[in-house]
Structure formats: structure tokens, C-alpha cells
Design a protein around this ligand. Structure first.
Ligand code: NDP
Length: 327
């Protein structure tokens, strides 16, 4: 038997989450059994742990959209016991039991070998949010980052913190947008050269185009903020749209696309093909400074998760929460 955070739903449809002992025979089908070492807290996890269950497809459920650990048993030739592996995406933690347990059974196709230069704790300090930040930076690079500061919204959150550190390491000026002025020193330590108050970009304007200010953008917020910043991107620049922490509606006009050739690049980390995942993890090991990763990391245990799930939905989590499932 081993520990897991299990979310249950009662007959009235009310969900509750708590640490339970479960057995290997309860795990879903899969080719590879992983002794999980670390998982993390992402925005989606907040939805899955919280009331109503958010994205959960089956109950009882073990959430946790990512995990890193050691292969314990494998029916797939690509993995053998003792291999270190990392997993993000593929609806793990939503449709298939995820990383909030000491063991997970998953499809071999969903795994990636841990890249050289990262241990399992560091890989999960990156986790889904950081992996997505890297995908966003790669998409901006593919379309060309223009001169001038690159804007990162939701900067003190998980995606934003990692995007800030990577872009700064790559030599870009980073303008970090935050609604928490108290995180300014933290963001500057990660490499931000400019702090922009959330209110400045949340105000709506009737002008579809403003001054050409930003060389590109990683946007974790969406909504009115995304609509506004589209009109501030330099000619031919790109916005990598990652999330919707500020809302799903996009009250924008087509003018920035027509008159400034702005590209809006959608980033999806869930269904990334294997080669892209390996490439992104390799870039993370190379381009994310490990001292910055330590600075953005806070530890947690399985028992902490119900509270942390609430915190992340309220935009209260700073950086990345790493869950030591064996603590
Ligand atoms: P976090 O909660 O860690 O960060 C989100 C940040 O957004 C907050 O820290 C806060 O930053 C800011 N924010 C929160 N609420 C608002 C608001 N109402 N208005 C403006 N800003 C707000 O979440 P993650 O970084 O893990 O995820 C960010 C988004 O990206 C989520 O929507 C998530 O679902 C999505 N995502 C998408 C993925 C994909 O594959 N496309 C993968 C991973 C995440 P601050 O305090 O600095 O203002």
C-alpha cells in the first residue's frame, strides 16, 4: 500500500480530497509503473482538487498533471527499472490518475527520459508550467523576437516565473507584469529588467493600436490584458498565449493583426509529440539557470495539496510548488 491524494465525489455531487492508502491493483492500466518522487501544483490541479472537480473525468481520482520519478516495472522496451522519467500532459491527473501518489501507472508514450543536467526534483520545479514556458519561448523564437523588452504576464506565477528566467538567460530584456507589487524583488532576481503593474494593462482602451513597445510576449493571463497588449506589440512581433488566469473572453479587434502583422501563437503543452517534448526538456536543462529555479521553488507534501489548490486558483502562489510525495 502507498499514499495518494484521492478526490472523491458523493451522491450529492460534492467533492472532497484527502490522503489515503491505496494499492497497486487500484492503479489504472498502463505499460510503465513509476515510483513517483515529485509532482507539482499547476492551475489545472487547483481546478481538479477544488469543489466541483473542474476537469476530472472519473471518480475516485488521483490528480497531479505531472510527475517525475524512477521506473519500477515496464512492459515497454524503451524503459527499464531504474530509469529516471518525467511526465507532463496527456490528460494525466484529469482523465488518468496522476502524480499525487507514491506510484503511478502510465502509458510509455507519455513519458520522457529525464534530461542530463536535471534531477527529478528540479524537473518538477519546472513541471508543466515551466515546460509550457519553454514551449512559449521556442514558439516566439521560431517567429522571431523583435528588439525591445519581451513582456511576460502573470509573471509571479509558475509559467511567468520560468519564462522570465529563461528569457533573461537568453539575453532578452524582460518586462514582468504582476498584480503583486511585493514580488518585484523576486522578479528582478529572476532577471526581469522592468516591472509593469497589472492595472496598467488591465485598463481597457478604445484605441486598437498603441505605441509599439514590446518585442514579443509570453501571456499567461488572457482576457482583457491580452486584448490590450496585442496593440502594443512591435510590428511583426508575436504573442505566445499560454493561459487564461485573467479570463477566457478575448475582447480584441483584428487591427493589430492587419496593421502590425502581429502573430498570436497558441501554446498547448498537453498533446506535444515526443520529439518536441525531448527538445523542450533539453532546452530547459540548457537555458534555465538552476539557481533561479531554486529561488522560485517552494516545497509541499500531499497533505498540503487541498490548501494549495485553493491558493493557485486565487493567484496566490508565487513561483513553483514542488510536492515531495514521499515526505
Ligand atoms: P499561476 O497561478 O501560478 O500563475 C498565474 C498568474 O497570473 C498569477 O500568479 C498572477 O500573477 C496572474 N493572475 C492571476 N489571476 C489574474 C487575474 N484575474 N488578472 C490578471 N492576472 C492574474 O498559474 P500557472 O502559471 O501555472 O498557469 C498560468 C495559466 O497558464 C493558467 O491559466 C493555466 O491554466 C495555463 N497553463 C496552460 C498550459 C498550456 O498547455 N497552454 C500549461 C500550463 C498552464 P501576478 O500575481 O504576477 O499578477
Amino acid at each position: 500500500m502507498f499514499n495518494a491524494l484521492v478526490v472523491e465525489k458523493d451522491d450529492a455531487g460534492k467533492t472532497s480530497a484527502g490522503v489515503q492508502q491505496i494499492g497497486l491493483d487500484q492503479l489504472p492500466e498502463g505499460d510503465v509503473t513509476v515510483a513517483v518522487e515529485y509532482s507539482t501544483v499547476n492551475y489545472k490541479d487547483g481546478l481538479c482538487i477544488g469543489p466541483g472537480g473542474g476537469l476530472v473525468r472519473n471518480y475516485p481520482h488521483v490528480p497531479g498533471v505531472d510527475l517525475a520519478g524512477t521506473v519500477e516495472a515496464s512492459d515497454d522496451a524503451r524503459y527499464k527499472p531504474g530509469d529516471k522519467v518525467v511526465l507532463t500532459g496527456w490528460r494525466v491527473g484529469e482523465a488518468h490518475w496522476g502524480g499525487y501518489a507514491q506510484k503511478a501507472r502510465v502509458k510509455a508514450d507519455w513519458l520522457v527520459p529525464l534530461p542530463d543536467g536535471l534531477d527529478t526534483r528540479q524537473a518538477m520545479a519546472v513541471g508543466t508550467a515551466g515546460f509550457t514556458a519553454m514551449l512559449a519561448v521556442m514558439a516566439l523564437e521560431d517567429h522571431g523576437i523583435k528588439d525591445g523588452p519581451v513582456l511576460v504576464t502573470g509573471a509571479a506565477g509558475g509559467v511567468g516565473s520560468v519564462a522570465t528566467a529563461i528569457l533573461a538567460k537568453l539575453g532578452h530584456e524582460v518586462a514582468a507584469v504582476t498584480g503583486r507589487p511585493e514580488t518585484a524583488d523576486y522578479l528582478k532576481d529572476l532577471g526581469a529588467t522592468q516591472i509593469v503593474a497589472r492595472e496598467e494593462l488591465n485598463e481597457t482602451t478604445k484605441r486598437p493600436l498603441e505605441g509599439e513597445t514590446w518585442g514579443g510576449c509570453v501571456d499567461a493571463v488572457g482576457g482583457a490584458m491580452l486584448a490590450r497588449l496585442l496593440g502594443q506589440i512591435k510590428y511583426g512581433g508575436s504573442v505566445a498565449a499560454v493561459g487564461l488566469a485573467g479570463g477566457a473572453a478575448l475582447p480584441a479587434t483584428v487591427i493589430p493583426f492587419l496593421l502590425r502583422g502581429v502573430n498570436l501563437l497558441g501554446i498547448d503543452s498537453v498533446m506535444q509529440p515526443y520529439d518536441n517534448r525531448v527538445r523542450a526538456w533539453g532546452r530547459i536543462a540548457r537555458d534555465l539557470p538552476m539557481d533561479k529555479l531554486e529561488a522560485m521553488m517552494q516545497p509541499a507534501t500531499l497533505a498540503d495539496l487541498p490548501g494549495l489548490g485553493r491558493d493557485i486558483l486565487q493567484g496566490q502562489v508565487k513561483g513553483r510548488v514542488v510536492v515531495d510525495v514521499n515526505a
